[in-house]
Ligand binder design. Structure first.
Ligand code: ZN
Length: 421
């Protein structure tokens, strides 16, 4: 998933994740140093929205890739910039350049091993990882499908446990060599305490990722435990709410302590949790319905020979934004409102709608489960045509009427709870 997508949720966007795929279990691990201390956090995003799309192509802006256990690992260019920055600020004081580089590479490797932990356990359940992308705030692994509640518990635990294992191994090695080292001595980075600082960094990665704030690993663990007792989407919404609450507390703490990194992480947790909550709400209230139940059937259409002026008149006199274009009874294209406005500017009102329409529009079957159609109409302004086997137009599904459908189902359920029949 791309972080910017996750950072821009919208009201009628039940994604996630970042993909129409089930959901990705992305893990963002932040590692940054401030005041000579190291802090690390890993945030996971479960996105459903652009999954199908993002599955096919690698994350944008990534530089090169190496394969680890058959999984492509890519480096986002902002991550490479961070590495250079960390090296730059780390050199000097009591550290040599080589040791600083070793420290930065060690932390980076810990984050990568964390992701590999998720990847290898997921593989045991037959879930392939499409890719791991390293961002400045951490690693993100994209699974091919959303794991079930029972699969998610061990997969989510695996990442933090890797960091705990590294911390334990380093601590044991240091202790066997020179005995116990006082924690406060680690505040001063030197070449001699490199292993201790790496152990501490991994311990922080372990603890931070276990915070029960969905979409971090701890939140995923919470969700999988809740899902043993309640429907999966309800469990996701509960875990997402917990994530939002914790994010607010983290944000406040960051504000009080003047900790910019903590505020940044809180923002990502909040946005990730909100997105996942909206996605879960969409899935919960569309479960058991077919596309036919939510589609618009009373819709206006254009003819192949109609002009932009005709389309403009329809745009003004109806509440519709998208008008299927018919030719001899068959749908030949779908000009969106944005495309019509563009054509109006370029060709004027006498231009033909045929020149402004998208011929490769989204199509749905009326009997298709509504929850499966969510990814296709999740982004704001999205529109898909519902066609039968003979390619006859039956109706249309838009992000707006899907939002209304979910709202009505939610109201109906609340009414039913208040006055059970
Ligand atoms: Zn993780």
């Amino acid at each position: 998933m791309e972080v910017p997508q996750a950072a821009a949720p919208s009201a009628n966007n039940w994604q996630h994740r970042t993909g129409g795929r089930g959901s990705r279990s992305d893990c963002l691990v932040l590692s940054a140093r401030q005041r000579n201390r190291d802090s690390g956090a890993s945030i996971e995003y479960g996105g459903v929205t652009n999954e199908e799309r993002s599955k096919a192509r690698p994350a944008s802006g990534s530089l090169g890739s190496v394969a680890l256990f058959g999984v492509p690992v890519r480096f986002h260019f902002t991550f490479v910039l961070l590495l250079i920055f960390l090296l730059f600020i780390g050199i000097g004081g009591h550290q040599s350049g080589a040791m600083t580089a070793l420290y930065v590479v060690g932390l980076f490797a810990s984050v990568l091993l964390h992701e590999l932990g998720h990847t290898l356990v997921a593989r045991r359940y037959g879930i392939r990882t499409m890719e791991i992308v390293m961002y400045p705030i951490g690693g993100v692994s994209r699974p091919e499908r959303q794991p079930s509640a029972r699969e998610e518990l061990p997969i989510a635990l695996a990442g933090p446990l890797v960091n705990f294992g590294i911390a334990l191994a380093l601590a044991a090695w240091v202790t066997s060599r020179q005995g116990f080292v006082a924690l406060e001595k680690l505040a001063e980075p030197t070449d001699a305490n490199l292993a201790e600082r790496l152990a501490l960094g991994n311990l922080m990665l372990f603890l931070f990722n276990l915070l029960p704030a969905y979409p971090m690993d701890g939140g995923r663990i919470l969700r999988s435990l809740l899902a043993l007792r309640m429907p999966a989407d309800k469990a996701t919404r509960a875990a997402a709410s917990a994530g939002q609450a914790l994010a607010v507390l983290m944000g406040l703490a960051g504000l009080l302590w003047g900790n910019f990194i903590l505020m940044f992480v809180a923002l990502f947790v909040y946005l990730g949790a909100s997105q996942e909550g909206v996605a879960a709400r969409g899935r919960q209230f569309t479960a058991g319905y077919a596309v036919r139940a939510a589609m618009i059937t009373d819709l206006k259409t254009l003819q192949h020979g109609d002009t932009i002026r005709d389309a403009g008149n329809l745009l003004l006199t109806t509440s519709q934004h998208d008008f299927p274009v018919l030719h001899g009874g068959n749908v030949v294209g779908l000009p969106t409102r944005a495309a019509l406005v563009r054509a109006m500017l370029n060709d004027g009102p006498e231009g033909y709608v045929a020149g402004a329409m998208d011929r490769d529009f989204a199509r749905l079957r009326p009997e298709m489960p509504l929850s499966e159609a969510l990814p296709q109409v999740s982004s704001p302004g999205a529109c898909a045509l519902v066609m039968d086997d003979g390619d006859q137009l039956l109706g249309m599904l838009t992000s707006e009427n899907l939002s209304e459908f979910v709202l009505l189902r939610q109201a109906a359920e609340a009414q039913h709870r208040a006055h059970p029949a």
